[in-house]
Design a protein around this ligand. Structure first.
Ligand SMILES: Cc1cc2nc3c(=O)[nH]c(=O)nc-3n(C[C@H](O)[C@H](O)[C@H](O)COP(=O)(O)OP(=O)(O)OC[C@H]3O[C@@H](n4cnc5c(N)ncnc54)[C@H](O)[C@@H]3O)c2cc1C
Length: 409
């Protein structure tokens, strides 16, 4: 019997398969389609996050000139950003898997059954796959992992175009993380939930421009985002000349944490690993995958460890208590961001990206300790203008339970 069955072949599934074989485990995979089928999304990441795990050769583009625009002016970021060469990274992970003879099955996982020594997954076509441990990496709408239902899911939504334009939408060789300027909106539109432009110069006269809603419940409609993108571009006298690709992005930012007592372990979107205050996840996959794989290898190496204990140790490695506490702090941050009006958001991001780079970078990458995150937030409070401070204090009353979970989880 194989040690681990990984269900799903997105970035979470493939990165974990690579980490598991690296940890010496025998692995099989289950995917809806050919695991080499190209991933649909564009993945951006800070270059230092890839350098930390030795994967910076898998960048297709990198930008030194990175900026946030708020109404009071540009805020330079002093941190390098990149776009993953996702096809090459996918091929790299698949070839690592192939070298260790990982067998890929095709099918849709529909049922899971636990036995004292192993777990069985049944596909829609009736194929039964067995392993000592099953990892669900089927994305934000997890197929097997149990999570409490939330009526208040907030979604990041974005509508983007890769193409050519009559005028450059960014400065040459620039990446715009967020352009919150809203001078193109009518007074009535300015009262609607704020959206920003994410944009980058891809070279050879090609740009990626994406109108993004950081988080909102319910999700902002694609038509609204598309209309806003064109309105923004038109206002700056920019026409779309040629569309190479359209990206429609929609995923939940605040999925409840999974039940950590269950026998199936999650990874990626299925394990609620999206950073609730930013929507980024790929860096977290790269950092946390090897730790999870080692914990699984250690747990499986002991013959006296029961299957329940193996799953429990895996969940603990993925979501240790300290990380759970920080997660509630980020959820508190998300609630603040969604409660701010447009002027508060501008002031907030101006203050946030003027924090020492290590502080805002560590907050976004989730690689600060809990006391360091708290210190960065206190620094932000000290630096922020009064309207932002009032907003934060109001949130302590309305969402204090999240701070309570930070202290008590
Ligand atoms: C358009 C878009 C852009 C994004 N951009 C970024 C970004 O720039 N940076 C960043 O860090 N994050 C980004 N994210 C957020 C997050 O990183 C992605 O959603 C990421 O793809 C999640 O990875 P995953 O492997 O968990 O899930 P997915 O990528 O959704 O992969 C899940 C896999 O499981 C398979 N599957 C599903 N159900 C079953 C089943 N029942 N049986 C078998 N297989 C199944 C699917 O076919 C798929 O292959 C973006 C998200 C979207 C939607």
């Amino acid at each position: 019997m194989q040690d681990v069955l990984v269900v799903g072949a997105g970035p979470a599934g493939l990165s974990l398969v690579a980490a598991l074989v690296e940890a010496g485990l025998s692995v099989q995979g289950l995917a809806l389609a050919d695991p080499a089928h190209p991933w649909p999304n564009t993945y951006g990441i800070w270059v230092d996050e890839l350098e930390d795990v030795g994967l910076e050769p898998f960048l297709e583009h990198r930008w030194k000139d990175c900026v946030v625009h708020v109404n009071s002016g540009p805020v330079p970021l002093h941190r390098e950003y990149g776009l993953l060469d996702k096809d090459r990274l996918q091929t790299h992970w698949l070839s690592q898997a192939e070298q260790q003879r990982v067998c890929w099955h095709r099918g849709k996982a529909v049922q899971i059954e636990h036995w004292p020594t192993h777990t069985q997954v049944t596909t829609e076509a009736g194929e039964v796959l067995t392993a000592r441990l099953v990892v669900d990496a089927t994305g934000h709408q997890a197929a097997l992992v149990r999570r409490p239902k939330s009526a208040e899911l907030s979604f990041q939504a974005a509508y983007g175009i890769v193409g050519q334009f009559s005028l450059p939408p960014t400065d040459p060789q620039q990446m715009v993380l967020m352009d919150f300027r809203d001078d193109h909106l009518t007074p009535a539109q300015s009262q609607d939930p704020p959206t920003f432009l994410y944009a980058m110069d891809l070279g050879d006269g090609v740009y990626f421009v994406e109108e993004t809603s950081l988080a909102h419940h319910p999700a902002i409609a694609m038509e609204t985002l598309s209309q806003r993108l064109h309105q923004r571009l038109n206002y700056r006298g920019i026409e779309v000349k040629d569309v190479h690709h359209v990206e429609r992005c929609l995923f939940p930012m605040n999925q409840p944490l999974p039940d950590f007592t269950q026998r199936v372990v999650g990874f990626g979107g299925a394990a609620s690993m999206v950073h609730p205050a930013s929507g980024y996840m790929v860096g977290a996959l790269l950092r946390r995958g090897p730790t999870l794989a080692k914990a699984i290898a250690t747990a499986l190496s002991s013959s006296s460890t029961t299957s329940d204990q193996v799953a429990n140790q895996a969940w603990q490695a993925l979501w240790p208590a300290d990380r759970v506490r920080k997660h509630y702090l980020y959820l508190f941050g998300l609630e603040n961001l969604m409660a701010f009006d447009a002027p508060q958001l501008h002031q907030f991001f101006d203050a946030f990206f003027n924090l020492p780079t290590d502080d805002w970078a560590g907050f976004l990458a989730d690689n600060l300790s809990l006391p360091e995150v708290v210190q960065a937030m206190v620094g932000l409070f000290g630096r922020a203008p009064n309207p932002v401070r009032w907003g934060l204090m109001r949130s302590v009353f309305s969402h204090g339970h999240l701070l309570g979970r930070t202290l008590m989880s």
